[in-house]
Design a protein around this ligand. Structure first.
Ligand code: SAM
Length: 198
């Protein structure tokens, strides 16, 4: 994933934001977020096309998102007219800090007009803890807190799903981000879990 058109984002790109262990690079007009010392890529701006496909026209009412990353999905969710508010829960405060630094790269003046003061709250807390302690309820939940889907991440995904059942409003729905590169065996297990209905 780190290679794109023969270029490597952390060598050929420009470092545009940094906080602690989180760094954002800009290469060929596209943002890349890595977290940690080993150039682990956590989010790419080009994933917007997958978000458009997977989120369909689901986001509505009060939306909860677990995992901020670059904020590409947040920006997209906020552009839905039928979305009243977005709460994004992010574990890593460095990710929140770099997101603040790159906001101008992400949001066009046109986006700002569409979003027009819509409430976006970003909370620095563990998603699982939030799901089992919050007093708020949501119409739509988007889970995207993992960098891959496999035997290590599926147990936590299932725990989060149980938390979603607690906070979904009747008629509400939760889905998880399906990485297109997920091996078949884990993709099948994942697809059997979602969607979660309130
Ligand atoms: C794949 S990225 C999200 C990409 C994002 N959808 C976007 O549009 O860029 C996953 C994010 O989830 C965060 N995360 C990991 N574990 C978490 C947890 N338990 N609770 C909340 N956020 C978590 C990571 O720090 C990372 O920022």
């Amino acid at each position: 994933m780190a290679r794109k058109r023969g270029l490597i984002y952390f060598q050929d790109g420009e470092l545009v934001a940094e906080s602690g262990e989180a760094r954002v690079y800009l290469m060929n007009g596209e943002l890349f977020l890595e977290i940690g010392p080993g150039h682990t890529l956590w989010a790419l701006q080009s994933e917007l096309t997958d978000y458009i496909e997977q989120l369909k026209d689901y986001p509505n009412g009060d939306v909860l998102e677990i995992g901020l990353g670059l904020g590409v999905a947040s920006r997209y969710i906020l552009t839905f007219n039928k979305v009243a508010s977005l709460t994004t829960v992010e574990l890593n405060d460095d990710v929140i800090e770099v997101h603040n630094q790159i906001r101008d790269h992400l949001y066009t003046p046109e986006d700002e007009k569409v979003i027009d003061g819509k409430q976006h709250v970003v909370l620095n807390v563990d998603g699982l803890e939030y799901l089992f302690t919050t007093k708020y309820n949501y119409d739509f939940i988007f889970l995207d807190f993992y960098d891959r889907i496999d035997e290590d991440t599926l147990p936590l995904i299932k725990d989060m799903v149980n938390g979603c059942r607690r906070v979904l409003r009747p008629g509400g729905m939760a889905i998880g981000w399906l990485d297109p590169y997920t091996p078949d065996e884990f993709a099948k297990e994942f697809e059997n879990i979602f969607p979660i209905m309130g």
